[in-house]
Design a protein around this ligand. Structure first.
Ligand SMILES: Cc1cc2nc3c(=O)[nH]c(=O)nc-3n(C[C@H](O)[C@H](O)[C@H](O)COP(=O)(O)O)c2cc1C
Length: 243
Protein backbone atom coordinates (compact mmCIF):
# COMPACT_ATOMS: atom_id res chain seq x y z
CA UNK A 1 0.00 0.00 0.00
CA UNK A 2 0.98 3.65 -0.32
CA UNK A 3 -0.33 6.48 1.88
CA UNK A 4 -0.32 10.20 0.97
CA UNK A 5 3.38 11.14 1.44
CA UNK A 6 2.47 14.84 1.88
CA UNK A 7 1.04 13.94 5.29
CA UNK A 8 4.64 13.17 6.34
CA UNK A 9 5.30 16.91 6.52
CA UNK A 10 2.79 17.18 9.37
CA UNK A 11 4.45 14.49 11.55
CA UNK A 12 7.26 16.73 12.91
CA UNK A 13 4.76 19.55 13.62
CA UNK A 14 1.55 17.91 14.82
CA UNK A 15 0.15 18.06 18.33
CA UNK A 16 -3.02 17.28 20.25
CA UNK A 17 -5.45 20.21 20.32
CA UNK A 18 -7.59 20.46 23.45
CA UNK A 19 -8.86 24.03 23.10
CA UNK A 20 -11.54 24.88 20.51
CA UNK A 21 -13.59 27.97 19.63
CA UNK A 22 -16.82 25.94 19.72
CA UNK A 23 -17.76 27.15 16.24
CA UNK A 24 -19.28 24.53 13.92
CA UNK A 25 -17.67 23.70 10.58
CA UNK A 26 -19.72 24.43 7.44
CA UNK A 27 -21.96 21.52 6.40
CA UNK A 28 -20.10 21.19 3.08
CA UNK A 29 -16.77 20.76 4.83
CA UNK A 30 -18.22 18.09 7.15
CA UNK A 31 -19.46 16.24 4.06
CA UNK A 32 -15.98 16.44 2.51
CA UNK A 33 -14.50 15.04 5.75
CA UNK A 34 -17.08 12.21 5.76
CA UNK A 35 -16.00 11.32 2.21
CA UNK A 36 -12.37 11.34 3.32
CA UNK A 37 -13.16 9.03 6.26
CA UNK A 38 -14.38 6.51 3.72
CA UNK A 39 -11.13 6.76 1.76
CA UNK A 40 -8.69 6.03 4.60
CA UNK A 41 -6.44 3.03 3.94
CA UNK A 42 -6.74 0.08 6.35
CA UNK A 43 -3.77 -1.97 7.55
CA UNK A 44 -5.95 -5.08 7.80
CA UNK A 45 -8.67 -4.73 5.13
CA UNK A 46 -10.62 -7.75 6.42
CA UNK A 47 -11.25 -6.25 9.86
CA UNK A 48 -14.44 -4.15 10.02
CA UNK A 49 -14.07 -0.59 11.28
CA UNK A 50 -16.94 1.87 11.49
CA UNK A 51 -15.97 5.55 11.51
CA UNK A 52 -18.58 8.26 11.91
CA UNK A 53 -18.65 12.03 12.36
CA UNK A 54 -21.19 12.85 15.07
CA UNK A 55 -22.29 15.87 17.07
CA UNK A 56 -20.83 16.40 20.55
CA UNK A 57 -24.32 15.83 22.01
CA UNK A 58 -24.00 12.20 20.90
CA UNK A 59 -20.92 11.38 22.99
CA UNK A 60 -20.18 11.11 26.69
CA UNK A 61 -16.77 12.48 27.62
CA UNK A 62 -14.96 13.15 30.87
CA UNK A 63 -13.09 16.13 29.45
CA UNK A 64 -15.12 19.23 28.53
CA UNK A 65 -14.32 19.40 24.82
CA UNK A 66 -15.78 22.60 23.36
CA UNK A 67 -15.87 21.47 19.74
CA UNK A 68 -19.21 20.28 18.28
CA UNK A 69 -17.52 17.57 16.16
CA UNK A 70 -16.37 14.08 17.09
CA UNK A 71 -15.24 11.06 15.09
CA UNK A 72 -16.32 7.78 16.68
CA UNK A 73 -14.54 4.53 15.85
CA UNK A 74 -15.96 1.05 16.44
CA UNK A 75 -14.29 -2.23 15.57
CA UNK A 76 -13.82 -5.81 16.76
CA UNK A 77 -12.47 -6.45 20.24
CA UNK A 78 -9.05 -7.79 19.21
CA UNK A 79 -5.50 -6.37 19.34
CA UNK A 80 -5.21 -6.33 15.53
CA UNK A 81 -8.53 -4.50 15.21
CA UNK A 82 -7.29 -1.77 17.57
CA UNK A 83 -3.95 -1.57 15.73
CA UNK A 84 -5.98 -1.13 12.52
CA UNK A 85 -8.03 1.71 14.08
CA UNK A 86 -4.80 3.48 15.07
CA UNK A 87 -3.44 3.07 11.54
CA UNK A 88 -6.60 4.31 9.85
CA UNK A 89 -7.53 7.20 12.10
CA UNK A 90 -4.00 8.60 12.35
CA UNK A 91 -4.30 9.35 8.61
CA UNK A 92 -7.27 11.54 9.57
CA UNK A 93 -5.43 13.17 12.51
CA UNK A 94 -2.62 14.20 10.13
CA UNK A 95 -5.06 15.30 7.43
CA UNK A 96 -7.14 17.45 9.81
CA UNK A 97 -4.02 19.23 11.00
CA UNK A 98 -2.79 19.66 7.41
CA UNK A 99 -5.92 21.73 6.68
CA UNK A 100 -5.52 23.81 9.85
CA UNK A 101 -8.05 22.04 12.08
CA UNK A 102 -7.33 20.81 15.59
CA UNK A 103 -7.79 17.18 16.64
CA UNK A 104 -7.04 14.90 19.59
CA UNK A 105 -7.28 11.16 20.24
CA UNK A 106 -9.56 10.54 23.24
CA UNK A 107 -9.80 7.31 25.16
CA UNK A 108 -11.74 8.78 28.06
CA UNK A 109 -15.21 8.78 26.53
CA UNK A 110 -17.64 6.87 24.34
CA UNK A 111 -20.72 7.37 22.14
CA UNK A 112 -24.07 7.52 23.93
CA UNK A 113 -25.71 5.15 21.44
CA UNK A 114 -24.97 1.42 21.14
CA UNK A 115 -22.23 0.42 18.71
CA UNK A 116 -23.22 -1.91 15.84
CA UNK A 117 -23.67 -5.59 16.81
CA UNK A 118 -20.39 -7.54 16.91
CA UNK A 119 -18.29 -4.38 17.25
CA UNK A 120 -16.99 -2.52 20.27
CA UNK A 121 -16.24 1.16 20.82
CA UNK A 122 -12.53 1.82 20.17
CA UNK A 123 -11.79 5.54 20.45
CA UNK A 124 -13.07 9.09 19.93
CA UNK A 125 -11.44 11.94 18.08
CA UNK A 126 -12.82 15.44 18.73
CA UNK A 127 -11.81 17.87 16.01
CA UNK A 128 -12.67 21.35 14.80
CA UNK A 129 -11.70 25.00 14.79
CA UNK A 130 -8.87 25.40 17.27
CA UNK A 131 -8.50 28.21 19.78
CA UNK A 132 -4.73 27.53 19.87
CA UNK A 133 -2.08 26.85 17.22
CA UNK A 134 -2.67 23.38 15.73
CA UNK A 135 0.99 22.79 14.81
CA UNK A 136 4.25 22.94 16.75
CA UNK A 137 7.03 25.30 15.65
CA UNK A 138 9.86 22.82 16.18
CA UNK A 139 10.67 19.22 17.11
CA UNK A 140 12.13 20.46 20.42
CA UNK A 141 8.54 21.06 21.59
CA UNK A 142 7.77 17.30 21.53
CA UNK A 143 8.06 15.50 24.90
CA UNK A 144 9.32 12.11 23.72
CA UNK A 145 11.76 9.27 24.44
CA UNK A 146 15.25 9.59 22.93
CA UNK A 147 16.13 7.77 19.67
CA UNK A 148 18.20 5.28 21.73
CA UNK A 149 15.17 4.34 23.84
CA UNK A 150 12.94 3.37 20.91
CA UNK A 151 15.29 1.25 18.79
CA UNK A 152 18.28 -1.09 18.97
CA UNK A 153 20.26 1.43 16.92
CA UNK A 154 19.71 5.16 16.40
CA UNK A 155 18.16 5.70 12.98
CA UNK A 156 16.92 9.05 11.63
CA UNK A 157 14.28 7.18 9.58
CA UNK A 158 12.59 6.24 12.86
CA UNK A 159 12.02 9.87 13.87
CA UNK A 160 8.46 9.49 12.53
CA UNK A 161 7.82 6.73 15.11
CA UNK A 162 9.51 8.63 17.93
CA UNK A 163 7.22 11.65 17.38
CA UNK A 164 3.99 9.64 17.15
CA UNK A 165 1.21 10.43 19.65
CA UNK A 166 0.24 7.77 22.20
CA UNK A 167 -2.17 7.34 25.11
CA UNK A 168 -0.78 9.13 28.20
CA UNK A 169 2.31 9.68 26.02
CA UNK A 170 3.31 6.10 26.89
CA UNK A 171 5.26 5.57 23.62
CA UNK A 172 5.05 1.75 23.74
CA UNK A 173 7.10 1.06 20.58
CA UNK A 174 10.50 -0.52 20.04
CA UNK A 175 12.20 -1.24 16.70
CA UNK A 176 14.87 -3.83 15.91
CA UNK A 177 16.90 -3.61 12.69
CA UNK A 178 17.72 -6.70 10.67
CA UNK A 179 19.18 -6.12 7.20
CA UNK A 180 16.48 -4.62 5.02
CA UNK A 181 13.80 -5.17 7.66
CA UNK A 182 12.49 -3.35 10.70
CA UNK A 183 10.89 -5.56 13.36
CA UNK A 184 8.26 -3.64 15.35
CA UNK A 185 7.51 -4.46 19.02
CA UNK A 186 5.06 -3.25 21.67
CA UNK A 187 6.12 -2.93 25.30
CA UNK A 188 4.47 -5.48 27.63
CA UNK A 189 2.74 -3.58 30.44
CA UNK A 190 2.26 -4.92 33.98
CA UNK A 191 -1.24 -6.17 34.96
CA UNK A 192 -2.44 -2.78 36.26
CA UNK A 193 -1.31 -0.74 33.26
CA UNK A 194 -2.59 -3.49 30.96
CA UNK A 195 -6.10 -2.85 32.29
CA UNK A 196 -5.99 0.86 31.49
CA UNK A 197 -3.61 0.95 28.54
CA UNK A 198 -4.10 -2.48 26.89
CA UNK A 199 -6.41 -1.44 24.08
CA UNK A 200 -4.91 2.07 23.91
CA UNK A 201 -1.38 0.77 23.40
CA UNK A 202 -2.60 -1.33 20.45
CA UNK A 203 -4.05 1.84 18.94
CA UNK A 204 -0.69 3.54 19.62
CA UNK A 205 1.11 0.81 17.67
CA UNK A 206 -1.24 1.37 14.72
CA UNK A 207 -0.43 5.09 14.87
CA UNK A 208 3.32 4.36 14.79
CA UNK A 209 2.82 2.00 11.82
CA UNK A 210 0.82 4.71 10.05
CA UNK A 211 3.74 7.12 10.47
CA UNK A 212 6.10 4.48 9.04
CA UNK A 213 3.73 3.91 6.11
CA UNK A 214 3.39 7.64 5.39
CA UNK A 215 7.18 8.16 5.32
CA UNK A 216 7.95 4.87 3.49
CA UNK A 217 9.58 5.60 0.11
CA UNK A 218 8.22 2.51 -1.61
CA UNK A 219 5.44 0.02 -1.04
CA UNK A 220 4.50 -0.41 2.66
CA UNK A 221 3.70 -3.89 3.97
CA UNK A 222 3.37 -5.45 7.40
CA UNK A 223 4.44 -9.08 7.63
CA UNK A 224 4.39 -11.52 10.53
CA UNK A 225 7.61 -13.55 10.43
CA UNK A 226 7.91 -16.89 12.25
CA UNK A 227 11.58 -16.27 12.99
CA UNK A 228 11.46 -12.63 14.11
CA UNK A 229 13.83 -12.20 17.07
CA UNK A 230 12.23 -12.34 20.53
CA UNK A 231 12.83 -9.23 22.64
CA UNK A 232 12.36 -9.57 26.39
CA UNK A 233 9.61 -7.35 27.75
CA UNK A 234 8.12 -6.70 24.31
CA UNK A 235 5.49 -8.33 22.09
CA UNK A 236 6.30 -8.72 18.39
CA UNK A 237 3.80 -6.79 16.24
CA UNK A 238 5.23 -7.32 12.76
CA UNK A 239 7.95 -6.53 10.28
CA UNK A 240 8.04 -3.71 7.77
CA UNK A 241 10.51 -2.97 4.97
CA UNK A 242 13.29 -0.52 5.89
CA UNK A 243 11.88 2.76 4.65
C1 LIG B 1 -4.97 6.15 21.91
C2 LIG B 1 -4.85 7.54 22.52
C3 LIG B 1 -5.74 7.93 23.53
C4 LIG B 1 -5.65 9.23 24.07
N1 LIG B 1 -6.57 9.62 25.00
C5 LIG B 1 -6.55 10.92 25.44
C6 LIG B 1 -7.56 11.39 26.34
O1 LIG B 1 -8.47 10.65 26.73
N2 LIG B 1 -7.53 12.69 26.70
C7 LIG B 1 -6.54 13.54 26.25
O2 LIG B 1 -6.56 14.73 26.61
N3 LIG B 1 -5.55 13.13 25.42
C8 LIG B 1 -5.54 11.84 25.00
N4 LIG B 1 -4.59 11.41 24.12
C9 LIG B 1 -3.55 12.34 23.62
C10 LIG B 1 -2.17 12.04 24.25
O3 LIG B 1 -2.16 12.45 25.60
C11 LIG B 1 -1.10 12.77 23.42
O4 LIG B 1 -1.10 12.26 22.11
C12 LIG B 1 0.29 12.60 24.00
O5 LIG B 1 0.38 13.17 25.29
C13 LIG B 1 1.36 13.25 23.10
O6 LIG B 1 1.07 14.62 22.91
P1 LIG B 1 0.87 15.22 21.45
O7 LIG B 1 -0.24 14.47 20.77
O8 LIG B 1 0.48 16.65 21.68
O9 LIG B 1 2.15 15.09 20.68
C14 LIG B 1 -4.64 10.12 23.60
C15 LIG B 1 -3.75 9.70 22.60
C16 LIG B 1 -3.85 8.43 22.05
C17 LIG B 1 -2.94 8.04 20.94
Amino acid sequence: MRLTPALGEIIPKRKSTRSYTGEALPAGQLEELRTRLGQLVPLFPDIPVKLEIVDASQVRCMQPWKTPHFITAATQDTPDAFINVGFVLQQMDLYLQSIGLGACWVGLGRPKSDVPKGLTHAILMPFGIAAEPVLRDSVEQFRRKSPEEIADAPDPRLECVRLAPSATNSQPWYIVHQGEWLHVYQVEQGPLKRMTLGKMNCIDMGIALCHLAVTCQGEFTLQRLEDAPAVEGYTYIGTVPAL
